[in-house]
Design a protein around this ligand. Structure first.
Ligand code: UT7
Length: 333
């Protein structure tokens, strides 16, 4: 019997309507469009407005679109994996809430928390469930409402993040398409440079944590930047070597969109030209778990069956990784 691989067979994104421009940020903090653009590559980001809406609502929109597009019934879904750093609540999982919202009554569902690398960790996890033959239809969602944990008085973080979601359908392939290899890494000693101080079990919410603004993202930008440049490039180079790929073999690099300078460094190390790098950071900023599926969604029409694609991410934890996959379909299927 031929080996089963796990292929992405559909992709859908969702971004909220509201556009937060660099110009508007200039009215909130002491910053300017020129600084933001040259240091990060970001021009605008989307913000989810509206009472009672969270990451699950964006993720559910992406899933609904995905089901429609792939002619899949919600009841057919075996598993929903949700990568998020901004769950609707600490529990239940955002995946469970989304399963309910889309009517995936036969799916088991859980969240994976690996900050900006969560989507990669989740795709890799899903691929194992499929490769064993246990499950046939898995949806992996990356969704984050970063605006819920961003301090709009802190110019070093509020310029970076945005809200958004993306979802992929993963199914077995008998022809060898889909995930070929993955390298996932973590280093908890990096936690001190990028974290959210309060609201967890160590420091539950209190008047004091609110007064101290400890429910917002804390980032020491420089050490995170350095680690991101090194690790994302290292792991992308490693996955190419391990699979005997040279730059010509790679059709697309799909990097986490945290900072254009980090992306450029990774592409340079891989020897891949700008024309092969998916980049939409200028429109959406860093949507954490949304970045990679949103890129795939926007580039879907350009992807061809058999394309070699490298996904790469780095984020809080620290966590990082790279996935090599063979694209499974021509978009006008
Ligand atoms: O996705 C999760 C992983 N996260 C990342 O990968 C993010 C990694 N880090 C970064 O992308 C960058 O470190 C930042 C974009 C966060 C910051 O850029 P930087 O080039 O590292 O700037 P910096 O922190 O070294 O700050 C340089 C200067 C400072 O002023 P002084 O001390 O030189 O006078 C900052 O106060 O720029 C100042 N600055 C700003 N100026 C205008 C910081 N933020 C701003 C701002 N507008 N928004």
């Amino acid at each position: 019997m031929s080996k089963i691989t796990a292929a992405i067979t559909g992709i859908q994104g969702y971004v909220p309507e509201y556009i937060l421009t660099n110009k508007e940020l200039e009215t909130l903090v002491e910053t300017n469009d020129e600084w933001i653009t040259t240091r990060t590559g970001i021009k605008e980001r989307r913000i989810l407005k509206g009472e009672g809406l969270g990451s699950s609502d964006m993720g559910a929109e992406a899933i609904k679109g995905l089901l429609k597009k792939t002619n899949t019934k919600a009841e057919e879904i075996d598993l929903i994996l949700c990568a998020t750093a901004t769950p609707d609540m600490i529990f239940p999982s955002t995946a469970c809430l989304m399963a309910d919202k889309v009517g995936a009554v036969n799916a088991f569902a859980y969240d994976i928390m690996a900050a900006c690398s969560g989507f990669l960790y989740s795709v890799s996890t899903a691929s194992k469930f499929i490769e064993t033959g246990s499950y046939k239809k898995i949806i992996v969602v990356g969704t984050d409402k970063m605006s819920s944990i961003v301090d709009y008085t802190d110019r070093t973080t509020c310029i970076i993040f945005g809200d958004g979601a993306g979802a992929v359908l993963m199914e077995p392939s008998k022809e060898g398409y889909g995930v070929q290899d993955s390298i996932l890494r973590s280093d908890g000693s990096g936690g001190e440079f990028l974290h959210l101080k309060a609201g967890g079990s160590v420091k539950p919410a209190s008047y004091q944590t609110i007064d101290n603004r400890e429910h917002f993202v804390f980032q020491d930008g420089q050490p995170v930047f350095k680690a991101a440049v090194k690790n994302m490039a290292d792991v992308s180079e490693e996955i190419m070597k391990r699979n005997k790929l040279d730059a010509d073999d790679v059709a697309w690099l799909v990097p986490h969109q945290a900072n254009k300078r980090i992306i450029d460094a990774t592409a340079r190390r891989m020897g891949v030209g700008d024309n092969k790098v998916m980049l939409n950071i200028e429109k959406y900023g860093n949507t954490t778990n949304g970045t990679i599926p949103l890129c795939l969604w926007e580039w879907e029409s350009q992807l061809k069956k058999g394309d070699n694609i490298i996904l790469a991410a780095f984020g809080g934890g620290f966590t990082w990784g790279s996935i090599y996959l063979k694209w499974a379909y021509d978009s006008n299927k």
